[in-house]
Design a binder for this molecule. Structure first.
Ligand code: GDP
Ligand code: MG
Length: 713
């Protein structure tokens, strides 16, 4: 008989780590909320009969966000056989709040004290036996990252699944009596969930009340019961329930936990006092990112990339393939397809793999040690200062890998207009696939300078902030920013295993894409570039592609790169952003594909300002099809999707136009009024949009910010 085990717990308590340990799979782990937005299922490693489910992290069963709804609906209707409630042993008090709610569900439950290693380091000791007695359920200590106790926890869960449960009742006598009275009125609700529904009704949970479809007279009776309690306590029923839960937790903690007084984990606190310092935080973040790009783009990564490009794809492979094909007597067109098409295109992209791997590795280290969670916190402060939701930064952080999961992570945002805004702006942040374009341009025109890459990332952040400010003042997006509260994980030495896993996963998906979608695109591009409408093989200048590209190209002249090759590269970027480079590789690929050769051609054709403008446009404009699909799914509307794509492209166009025009003005000192007049007018409009008073001004929701600040102190 199969058993369903659900892993439930607060965000960041280690559920996915546990899931991976139990099932042997490698789901994405991240130390910020919102990484797991969908339920994932797997089988226990040694027993396919046991099904393990990883649920999105939640703080309570009163859902405010989409991920909380996912988890709650599942727990109530799907009925797992047993819940493994994963709690962060170092933050027991906050984590037990959810435990008190899960314990009411009438599903067998065990509690795992995860991160017991971190708790021990901060000097916290927990008396497991006493805790079991208080919680009335089995408790076990685990350290999911190290794999300690995971199998034992699974065994314990399986054993517990077969046991009977009676809901734990943790409320004061009077509240419990009121809940029982409500229970009596719920005769049509299945008996096993009745208690839980009664508590929710007592809390005046509107969603539950309408879902149960109670008769009006029953509702009146329930309302009287609640009002009586509220009058007696002089508090709202929701507050009564919450404070009674916390009272109960307080007693449990007093009985079973021994923690040192004062703020534990001094090292983390000390580091945070510098890293999240009001004035130092952003410069430090910029410096860290600069170092990352310096290492991956300018120094170490370049050595690898240069070798792959210049030697492997530049000499060895073409020479070898050429001679092999010539030896086999291959037709010239096929030889051209393979060497000028596939090797030039795919090679141009794969050439950046070493740089990307070093970059992914650096980012994974920053992520794993806990720094990226601080960045989210810092960005929250920055975004909130502009009246935006700090929660938007998590999707962007995830979006540095790939926009698709980034856009999906917007589900953690409860406020609908903030969520839409996040879906809209997440792809401004350069994803991994855009990196080759950045590396190509910075290599060809800026001597691999790390500041170019850093500036591009900050341009992405600026685009988000500017869009946020402008859009927040429109009717479509008006409203208060959602509060954002997150746990800051303890700093720890990055684990080689998880850093390698993230790096290899991302690197591998890059290679997979190069071998499929990019390969296919290069074949199509090669074909369109070598044939005319009559399907005769011609010079590239007379090809179908040249005709199409030249038709659209003038549009991009004001941006400084209105030629057909750059235009075509930009358009193929819609299929996948790696295509921008592979297309340039095919279109400029003369005899050899060496990066230096491609870079040489680019240096010949573009000024550095035009190159930067090209780069900027490609980073900010509509994302690839996969991300457009994600936008469509998350927006749940075609009109919103079209709006998003138009907005992104218009924004990109404006940004590149201004950068190019003012760049030319500053570097040459020439006043070309024809283009400068529109540039000045545009800048004026943007400034007005940015600084006009917000006609929909509400309070800027400082409370959540203060909460986060307090937590740090
Ligand atoms: P989820 O949000 O509950 O799915 O949490 P994750 O599994 O994504 O883990 C959050 C973070 O906690 C990751 O950085 C993990 O490496 C870390 N982590 C998970 N389990 C443990 C543990 O037992 N000890 C320590 N020190 N860290 C852990
Ligand atoms: Mg998770």
């Amino acid at each position: 008989m199969s058993i369903k085990i659900s892993l439930a717990g607060n965000p960041n308590s280690g559920k996915t780590t546990m899931f991976n340990a139990l099932t042997g799979s490698s789901q994405r782990v991240g130390n910020w909320p919102g990484v797991t937005v969908e339920r994932k299922e797997g089988k226990l490693k040694n027993d396919p009969e046991i099904i393990i489910q990883d649920l999105p992290g939640i703080y309570s069963l009163s859902p405010y966000t989409l991920e909380e709804v996912v988890t709650r609906d599942y727990l109530i209707s799907g009925q797992p056989d047993v819940i493994v409630n994963i709690v962060d042993a170092a933050n027991l008090e906050r984590n037990l709040y959810l435990t008190t709610q899960l314990a009411e569900l009438n599903i067998p439950i065990i509690v795992t004290l995860n991160m017991i290693d971190a708790a021990a380091k901060s000097g916290i000791t927990i008396d497991v036996e006493k805790l079991e007695k208080e919680l009335k359920c089995p408790v076990i200590s685990t350290s999911a990252v190290r794999g300690n106790g995971c199998d034992a926890a699974a065994e314990l869960a399986i054993k517990t699944a077969a046991t009977e449960v009676s809901p734990r009742k943790i409320f004061s006598e009077k509240t419990a009596a009121a809940i029982s009275e409500i229970e009596v009125l719920l005769s049509h609700v299945p008996a096993n969930n009745r208690y839980w529904y009664a508590v929710k009704l007592f809390e005046r949970d509107g969603k539950i009340a309408s879902a149960l479809n109670l008769a009006p007279e029953t509702m009146t009776k329930i309302d009287r019961i609640i009002s009586d309690r509220e009058k007696a306590e002089n508090e709202s029923s929701e507050a009564i329930i919450a404070s009674e839960r916390y009272n109960w937790i307080d007693n449990v903690i007093k009985a079973a936990v021994d923690a040192p007084a004062g703020k534990p984990d001094n090292i983390s606190t000390k580091i945070d006092s510098i890293v999240t310092n009001r004035f130092l935080a952003i410069p430090l973040f910029a410096a860290v990112m600069f170092m990352v790009y310096y290492i991956s783009i300018t120094t170490i990564g370049t050595i690898g990339t240069d070798w792959v490009n210049d030697v492997l794809f530049g000499e060895w492979i073409p020479t070898w393939v050429n001679s092999a094909l010539a030896g086999a007597g291959t037709a010239p067109w096929l030889q051209s397809l393979i060497v000028d098409g596939i090797i030039s295109g795919v090679g141009a992209v794969l050439g950046f793999l070493p740089q990307m791997m070093v970059l992914f590795c650096c980012l994974a280290i920053l992520e794993d040690c806990g720094y990226m969670a601080r960045v989210a916190f810092i960005m929250d402060r920055l975004l909130r200062f502009f009246g935006l939701s700090g929660k938007s930064f998590i999707p962007m952080l995830i979006g540095t890998g790939c926009s698709v999961p980034g856009i999906m992570a917007s589900r953690t945002i409860e406020n609908e207009s903030d969520r839409r805004m996040t879906v809209l702006t997440t792809s401004f942040i350069p994803c991994g696939a855009k990196l080759p374009v950045i590396a190509l341009i910075s290599g060809a025109l800026f001597n691999d300078a790390a500041w170019v890459v850093t500036s591009v990332y900050f341009a992405g952040i600026a685009a988000v902030v500017i869009s946020g400010i402008i859009l927040k003042k429109t009717r479509l997006f008006a409203g208060e920013a959602s509060p954002f509260i997150m746990e800051l994980p303890h700093y720890h030495r990055p684990l080689v295993k998880s850093v390698l896993r993230t790096t290899i996963q991302r690197g591998w998906s890059f290679v997979k894409k190069a071998a499929t979608i990019i390969l296919l695109s290069t074949v199509v591009i090669w074909f369109l570039q070598n044939f005319n409408w009559k399907l005769e093989m011609v010079n590239p200048d007379q090809s179908i592609l040249a005709a199409l590209g030249s038709f659209i190209a003038p549009l991009f002249s004001p941006l400084g790169w209105g030629n057909w090759r750059a235009t075509v590269a930009t358009i193929t970027g819609l299929i996948a952003k790696e295509n921008v480079v592979s297309t340039l590789g095919v279109l400029y690929g003369v005899e050899e594909t060496a990066r230096t050769a491609l870079e040489y051609r680019i240096r010949q054709e573009y000024s550095s300002i035009a190159g930067y403008s090209f780069l900027l446009f490609n980073l900010l404009c509509a994302p690839c099809f996969a991300a457009i699909g994600a936008i469509r799914r998350e927006m749940m509307s075609a009109r919103w999707t079209i709006f998003a794509l138009l907005y992104l492209t218009v924004f990109a166009f404006t940004a590149s136009f201004l950068v190019y025009q003012f760049g030319i003005l500053i570097s040459t000192g020439l006043w070309n009024w024809q283009t400068l007049v529109p540039a000045f007018i545009l800048s004026g409009i943007i400034l007005v949009l940015l600084f006009r008073r917000n006609p929909y001004c509400g309070k800027d929701g400082k409370s959540a910010l203060d909460l986060n600040e307090k937590r740090l102190k």
